[in-house]
Design a protein around this ligand. Structure first.
Ligand SMILES: Nc1ncnc2c1ncn2[C@@H]1O[C@H](COP(=O)(O)OP(=O)(O)OP(=O)(O)O)[C@@H](O)[C@H]1O
Ligand SMILES: [Mg+2]
Length: 491
C-alpha cells in the first residue's frame, strides 16, 4: 500500500502502511518530510515542523523540516509553538491542545491570537528513554480541530517515526564512516607496479598522488634508469585523465624538422613530402597527457616553439595560419641537470620555469638501498613467471653484492641484471656470479677524502629531498658549511 492512500477508516491498516513506508527510507532528508506530511494529513493540520536533536548534544534541537513555517532552531520558533514543544519535551509525552484559545496552558501567548491557532500538538520522538526530537503540528482552520481518538494514532506514528529516524541516522553515520575509510585506503594505496618503500621514493609517490588529478605541468629529473618514464605514466594512469590519451615523444634522437612536424602537425604541401594534412601530437593528446621525454635535448628553435605552446595553450600546424586551442597536461623528463643547462645557456630559462611547475627529482638507486632488494625480488618474480623458471630467490652473497653495488644504471641496470640472472641461473637461488655484478672498481679504493665527503653529503641531500638545512643537521655540520661545499663542488 502506498503512502498516498493511508487514509482509511481502519487506523491499524493506515498505521501498518505508514510504518512499511517510512521504515524503507534510509535518507533522513527524504524521510522527515514524509513523516511530517503524514502527521499533518492525519489531523488535517496546516502547519508543522520536525525538530531533531544534535547527536553530539541531545539538548540542542533544530528544525530539520517545516511546513508553512520557517525557523531553524528551537529558540527561533514563535513563543507559542515553543511552549507546546517544551511542555512535551519536559513531560516526555504527547501534548495536545484541542482548543487553544480556551487552554489555560498556552492561551496567553501572543501568537495564538495573531495567527488564530485553534489546535496544536507536539509528539516527542523517543528511543528508549532518550529524546531524539519532536514533531510539532498546529491548525488554524475549524476543519482542523483535533479529535481525542486521534491521540493513540499520533503516538503510534511518533514511535514508528522515531525508529525510522534512528535507523536513517545510523545509516548516515555508516555511510560517512565508509567514505572516510575509503579515503584513507585511497591515500594508502600504492601506485600499481611502482616499488618504493624508501623515504626518497615515498616522497616522490606523495607528490605523484597529490598532483595526478590536477592539470599542473610536471618536470621529472633524474639519472638514467631511475624510473622517470614509469612516473610519467603513473601520473596519467592513476589520475583523472586516465581515460584520455597518453602520448609520449622521445625528443632525444629526432632531427629538428621531424620533431617539429611530429609535435605540431602540418598542412598538405607545407614541405616536400607533406602529402596530406596531419595532426600534430599535441592535438592527438588533447584532453590527456603529453609526455616529452629527454626535453633537455631539444633545439633552441623548438624550445621557443614549446614555450609558446605552454604560454598560449595553442598550436599551429606547419604551413597553416589557423591556431588551435589545446587542453593537454604536459609532463617532461630529462636526465640532464636542467638548471645547469640553463646556467650554461643551452636551455631557455623561461621554458625551464614553465616546465618546472611541479618538479619531481628521481633519487638514484644508490640512495635508496631499502628498495634494492624489493625491486630485485619484483623483477625476479616477473621474469621467472614469464620464462617459466622455478627460481626461489637470491643467495645471501647475492643480496650483499646488490646492496654494495653502485648501480650507475639505476633501476634499469638492476632489472637487466636480474632478468639475465633468472635466465642463466643453474640453481634455485641466484648467486653473485649469475648477477655478474662488476666488482668495485679500483678507482673507488683511491677515492680522496674530498670524494668521500662529497658522496656522503650528496646522499644526505637526496635523503632529505634536497633540503640543505635538514641534510646539514643529519650530517652534523653547519648549514653554511654545506652550502659552501655544494657551491665549490658544483663549480
Ligand atoms: N620504482 C620502480 N618500480 C618498479 N620498476 C621500476 C621502478 N623504477 C624503474 N623501474 C623500471 O626500470 C626501468 C627503467 O625505468 P624508466 O624507463 O622509467 O627510467 P628513465 O628514468 O625513464 O630512464 P632513462 O633516463 O634512461 O630514459 C623500467 O623498466 C621501469 O619499469
Ligand atoms: Mg626514459
Amino acid at each position: 500500500m502506498s503512502i498516498e492512500n493511508y487514509h482509511t477508516d481502519d487506523p491499524l491498516v493506515a498505521l501498518s502502511a505508514i510504518s512499511e513506508t517510512i521504515n524503507t527510507i534510509y535518507d533522513l532528508d527524504e524521510l522527515l518530510p514524509k513523516v511530517l506530511d503524514i502527521a499533518l494529513k492525519t489531523v488535517n493540520a496546516q502547519r508543522g515542523f520536525i525538530l531533531i536533536s544534535d547527536p553530539g548534544n541531545p539538548a540542542e534541537l533544530s528544525v530539520r523540516v517545516a511546513h508553512n513555517l520557517e525557523s531553524s532552531a528551537l529558540a527561533n520558533i514563535d513563543r507559542f509553538s515553543r511552549s507546546v514543544v517544551n511542555a512535551a519535551l519536559q513531560s516526555g509525552s504527547t501534548v495536545i491542545s484541542y482548543d487553544v484559545p480556551e487552554d489555560a496552558r498556552f492561551s496567553s501567548a501572543q501568537s495564538v491570537a495573531e495567527q488564530k491557532i485553534i489546535a496544536a500538538a507536539c509528539l516527542p520522538l523517543r528511543i528508549k528513554a532518550q529524546q531524539i526530537g519532536a514533531i510539532y503540528i498546529d491548525s488554524t482552520e475549524t476543519r482542523g480541530k483535533f479529535r481525542p481518538e486521534m491521540e493513540p494514532f499520533l503516538n503510534a506514528l511518533a514511535n514508528q517515526a522515531a525508529i525510522a529516524i534512528e535507523n536513517a541516522q545510523m545509516y548516515d553515520r555508516l555511510r560517512s564512516e565508509n567514505r572516510r575509510l575509503r579515503l584513507v585506503l585511497a591515500d594508502k594505496k600504492e601506485l600499481a607496479g611502482i616499488i618504493g618503500q624508501s623515504r626518497p621514493m615515498q616522497q616522490v609517490l606523495d607528490v605523484v598522488k597529490s598532483v595526478m588529478d590536477t592539470p599542473a605541468t610536471v618536470l621529472i629529473l633524474g639519472e638514467s634508469g631511475t624510473g622517470k618514464e614509469l612516473i610519467a605514466r603513473a601520473l596519467h594512469d592513476n589520475g583523472k585523465y586516465k581515460d584520455k590519451p597518453f602520448i609520449a615523444l622521445f625528443c632525444g634522437a629526432l632531427p629538428e624538422s621531424l620533431l617539429e612536424s611530429e609535435l605540431f602537425g602540418h598542412k598538405q604541401g607545407a614541405f616536400t613530402g607533406a602529402t596530406h594534412d596531419k595532426k600534430g601530437l599535441f592535438e592527438e593528446a588533447d584532453g590527456g597527457t603529453f609526455f616529452l621525454d629527454e626535453i633537455g635535448d631539444i633545439s633552441p628553435k623548438l624550445q621557443t616553439q614549446l614555450l609558446r605552446v605552454l604560454q598560449e595553450r595553442e598550436v599551429r600546424r606547419i604551413g597553416e595560419n589557423k591556431v588551435r586551442k589545446i587542453d593537454v597536461r604536459i609532463v617532461a623528463a630529462s636526465n640532464k641537470d636542467l638548471p645547469a643547462e640553463v646556467k650554461a645557456g643551452r636551455f631557455r630559462e623561461d621554458l625551464f620555469y614553465r616546465l618546472n611547475v611541479i618538479m619531481i627529482q628521481m633519487p638514484a638507486l644508490r640512495y635508496r638501498s631499502n628498495d634494492i632488494i624489493l625491486l630485485a625480488q619484483h623483477f625476479l618474480d616477473k621474469t621467472a613467471a614469464r620464462a617459466g623458471r622455478q627460481i626461489q630467490g637470491f643467495t645471501q652473497e647475492a643480496v650483499e653484492g646488490m646492496l654494495q653495488h653502485d648501480w650507475p644504471g639505476n633501476v634499469r641496470e638492476l632489472e637487466n641484471a636480474v632478468e639475465r640472472a633468472v635466465l642463466l641461473a643453474k640453481a634455485e637461488f641466484i648467486t653473485p656470479q649469475d648477477l655478474r655484478l662488476e666488482p668495485p672498481t679500483p678507482a673507488k679504493e683511491i677515492m680522496t677524502l674530498q670524494d668521500h665527503e662529497r658522496r656522503i653529503a650528496e646522499r644526505a641531500l637526496a635523503e632529505h629531498n634536497g633540503n640543505v638545512t635538514e641534510a646539514a643537521k643529519a650530517l652534523g655540520v653547519s648549514r653554511r658549511w654545506l652550502h659552501y661545499r655544494l657551491k665549490e663542488w658544483r663549480e
